[in-house]
Each structure stands twice: as C-alpha cells, then as structure tokens.
Design a protein around this ligand. Structure first.
Ligand SMILES: Cc1cc2nc3c(=O)[nH]c(=O)nc-3n(C[C@H](O)[C@H](O)[C@H](O)COP(=O)(O)OP(=O)(O)OC[C@H]3O[C@@H](n4cnc5c(N)ncnc54)[C@H](O)[C@@H]3O)c2cc1C
Length: 461
C-alpha cells in the first residue's frame, strides 16, 4: 500500500491501529473457509482498526476518491471467503467498535456497536435476569455486524427465525462517507423501500454496518435437550417433520450422521451417549414451565418410537446440555481438513427425507461418501465432497453441479445461511435468472458506483 494512504489512515485512527507488518496482519488474510476452497489473499493489503463511525466515514470518503478497495472484517468466522481481500485492500477490522451501548429492557432491544461478538452479547445478557437472545448461529466469535452482513441463520432459527427477523435498526456508512440511520426500535415501519433489508446479507458489498439494534426475548427458565438415534436418515428426518407438525416448537433440531457425533466427542474428550443406529438428532427445548417442558418430551418420545428410534436420552442439567451442543458445534473442526467442497444448500423442510435420500444415492453413484450435518428443521444441509487420498477428486465440479440440480428440483437454494461470498459467485448463475442477477448488479452500482467495497463478492460487476 502506498505511503500517502498509510500516513492518511494513521492520521485518522492513530499510528498503532494501522497494521502493515506481514506477521501482524497475516491472520486477517483468511477466514474459516476450508483450506482447499479458500481464495488467495493479496498480502499487500493493510489492516486498519477504527474506533468510531466518524473515522470509518473519513476512510470511506478517502477510499472512494482515491480508488482504494475496502474489505470489512468482523470475526473472520465466515465460510465462503467473503472477508478475504483478494485485491490490494484496506481491511477495516471492526474489533475495536465493541461497545454494548444499551440493553433497553422496556422495548426488549439491544443497541450494539457492530464489533460486539456473539459471546460478549450473551455474557452481557446474563446480567439481566429474564432477558435473552436465543438466536445462535454457531461460532460465538462472530461479530454482530458480521452476522447482519451475512444474514446468519444457525441452529436456533427454528422457533425465532434467522438474524434478519431480529434486526430492527442499523447505522451504516456508505462508500461516499455518508452515515445513514435505518429503522429503529420499531416493530412496524412501512416508510418506503426497505434499504435496511437490502444491507442485511449484503456481505460487505453495499455499506459498512457500524451499529445494530437487535430484538431481545423473555427468557424461558425450563430447558432440556433430547438426543435420539435412528437407523437411517429417512426415519430421522420424517420424525422431525412430525415433531414440528405436532405443535411442539423446539429452539433447535440438529442432525448429524452418527459417526460425526462420535468422532467429534472423542476429539473433545467428551462422550456421545447413543451407541446404536446411524442417524442422530438433538432437539433443544425451552419452555415457561416444567409441565410444558415434560409435555414436549412426551410428544417427542412417542414420535421417536413411531419412527423406530433406537434410543433417546434427555439432558436436563446446563452442563449436560452444553456438552451435547458443543459436540454438535465442533464437528466442522474435525472435518475441515478433509473437505474438497462444502455445501450449504436448503430445501423446503418438508422435502428433507426425499432430498437427503436422493443426495445419498447420488454420492453412492460416485463411489464416494458425504458427511451430512443439517439444521434439519430448517431444511438446511451442510454436506461435503470429501478429498480422496488428500486431493480434490477430478469429479468434484461435476458432482457439485449435480447436487445443486437436485436441490433445485426441490425448489431449493445453493446457500441457506453462509452466503455467496467469493466462493459461489459463479454458482449463483446456476441458481438465479439473468434478470435477477442484472438487478443485483444495478443495486450494487447504486450503492457503490466506484466499486470500492469488497469486489468479487456476491456479484461480479
Ligand atoms: C464452526 C462454525 C459454525 C458456523 N455455524 C453457522 C451457522 O450455524 N449459521 C450461520 O449462518 N453461519 C454459521 N457460521 C458462519 C459464520 O459464523 C457466519 O457467517 C458469521 O455470521 C460471520 O460473522 P463474522 O463477524 O465472523 O464475519 P466475517 O467472516 O468477518 O465476514 C463475513 C462477511 O461479512 C462482512 N462484514 C463483516 N462485518 C461487517 C460490517 N460491520 N459491515 C459490513 N460488512 C461486514 C465481511 O466483509 C464479509 O463479507 C459458522 C462458522 C463456523 C466457523
């Protein structure tokens, strides 16, 4: 990066917050995308750590006028390379904008700077007896701003929906440096086109999110987690559909092939409590009373019996429940070095048994295997194409396209929650019509006419 730019940035944020040394900036050059799929970072990029919206506004104005590329970085937990600077860029790291500005218990909303991590928000809410944020997209080091920019979904979207449903207001900085306040602590707002909703899920390509107003919920004090094992994926997914139809409203229903639960438990030094079967689900419940919680359990137990469950266990203590969720959450760490391509497809939830059955048949026809992890009640599947002898197999692209075509047959999408990023820009063309892609490109141009924000992400302009 040229000296004039480095000096100007130091002037804005202070000398200590402009990082130019390779050793110190290296960790900003990748995210959690698996190694084989990860785009290559341009290492001439530098890292800037502003603390105030006004600093971001000045940086954006400078970049816009001097043709400098900006890549915003949250927690770096993304899984599609969106935060990786593939051209020489100013990486704006939001880590210092980490204040919990307000917990408004009257309106049940939180006002947060965008660099607050999910872990920090959950810790803060522990202080407020009776208030919680139940949505849990997975990695707790993700920033709230990153979760908004990727429209994160996650395990606990079953009852409360995805992050988009929780966002009530945003402060954002446009590429020209203008600061916009969108939405507010409102449950209803129909004033004009909804620009806030365009920015949610825009992966750092339209604006930088600096503040977030988030909806909070009353805490339900009675929680429990059921783990149940089935002989096959068809029984497991059919049981889940029936549970949802029964009126029980779980916070989360997570599926994994059994061998993944077992391997991950071993890796963590924990124990997976179900030995028989091949297809296991965990169901997280939370209710206002003990009676309601046990009522849910009875309904789930009888549905599991109907679908030939081998065994079901109920975890009631906080530690037992946390252990089950930790085993679910860490499976990607166990798998990621052996992934040639990872998927995030979603289909209508009621079609999951047929879709998963056909997916397994397709993989069998290539004499290979796929690891299936699913937010099964949301119809969202994270499976993979596995490496063969440490290499990406030559059929990977062909199989990927066939998997997508199968997903489209069920009216599905190529990404339910992780986003397009830099990995799926070409794949988007398989999924969306040229008219829709053209509209996306025009929206990008309206927000960012000079094309300084995260180029090569979502759509190529
Ligand atoms: C083990 C594991 C489990 C996961 N489980 C889930 C899951 O269940 N559901 C799910 O949805 N995701 C999941 N993820 C993916 C990831 O956690 C989310 O995509 C997360 O929301 C990204 O937040 P981040 O702060 O890490 O963003 P980053 O990875 O830093 O950035 C992601 C994108 O957001 C942009 N961005 C970041 N901050 C801002 C900002 N302030 N303003 C504008 N743009 C910004 C970046 O430019 C980039 O385009 C998981 C990841 C891991 C590693």
């Amino acid at each position: 990066m040229d000296k004039k730019t480095v000096d100007y940035l130091k002037d804005i944020v202070g000398e200590n917050y402009v990082i130019t040394e390779l050793e110190q900036k290296f960790s900003y050059f990748y995210d959690e995308t698996n190694y084989t799929g990860r785009p290559k970072a341009n290492t001439d990029s530098i890292v800037v750590k502003p603390m105030h919206t006004i600093e971001i506004s000045r940086i954006m104005k400078y970049a816009n006028e001097n043709n400098k590329i900006i890549v915003v970085r949250g927690g770096g937990t993304g899984l599609c390379g969106a935060a990786i600077p593939t051209k020489e860029s100013i990486i704006i790291s939001m880590e210092r904008m980490n204040k919990v500005m307000e917990i408004d218990d009257k309106n049940m909303m939180a006002v947060l700077e965008s660099g607050v991590t999910l872990a920090r928000l959950l810790e803060e809410l522990e202080k407020y007896n009776g208030i919680c944020f139940p949505v849990h997209p997975g990695d707790e080091s993700a920033h709230i701003g990153g979760m908004v920019a990727t429209n994160a979904g996650g395990a606990r979207a079953v009852r409360h929906g995805i992050i988009r449903n929780q966002i009530k207001g945003l402060e954002v900085v446009l590429p020209g440096g203008e600061v916009l306040n969108l939405g507010g602590k409102l449950l209803k707002d129909n004033s004009g086109y909804n620009i806030m909703n365009l920015i949610i899920g825009s992966e750092g390509t339209l604006a930088i999110i600096t503040k977030v107003i988030l909806r909070l919920y009353p805490e339900e004090h009675y929680s429990g987690t059921i783990a149940a094992s089935f002989d096959n994926i068809n029984d497991a997914s059919s049981a889940v559909i029936e549970i949802l139809k029964s009126g029980v409203s779980p916070l989360a229903v997570e599926y994994q092939d059994k061998h993944l639960y077992i391997k991950t438990a071993e890796y963590l030094g924990l124990h997976w409590p179900l030995d028989k079967g091949n297809a296991d689900v965990i169901i997280i419940l939370s209710e206002k009373s003990e009676e309601a919680l046990y009522g849910d359990c009875e309904v789930i137990d009888s549905i599991c019996d109907k679908y030939n469950a081998n065994k079901a266990v109920f975890a009631s203590t906080k530690q037992e429940q946390a252990d089950l969720l930790t085993i679910r959450s860490a499976s990607y760490d166990v798998l990621k070095d052996n992934i040639a391509h990872s998927f995030d497809m979603a289909v209508p939830p009621g079609d999951m048994p047929e879709f998963l059955g056909e997916l397994c048949q397709l993989v069998d026809s290539y004499n290979t295997t796929t690891n299936i992890i699913a937010h099964i009640a949301d119809g969202n599947v994270h499976n993979d194409i596995v490496m063969i002898n440490g290499k990406v197999p030559e059929y990977a692209e062909e199989l990927k396209e066939k998997m997508y075509r199968l997903c489209f047959k069920y009216g599905g999408t190529i990404t339910g929650e992780h986003g397009i990023g830099k990995l799926r820009v070409k794949d988007l063309k398989l999924h969306k019509s040229s008219v829709e892609i053209e509209l996306m490109k025009r929206i990008k141009k309206v927000f960012d006419p000079e094309g300084i924000l995260n180029p090569g992400t979502v759509v190529e302009v």
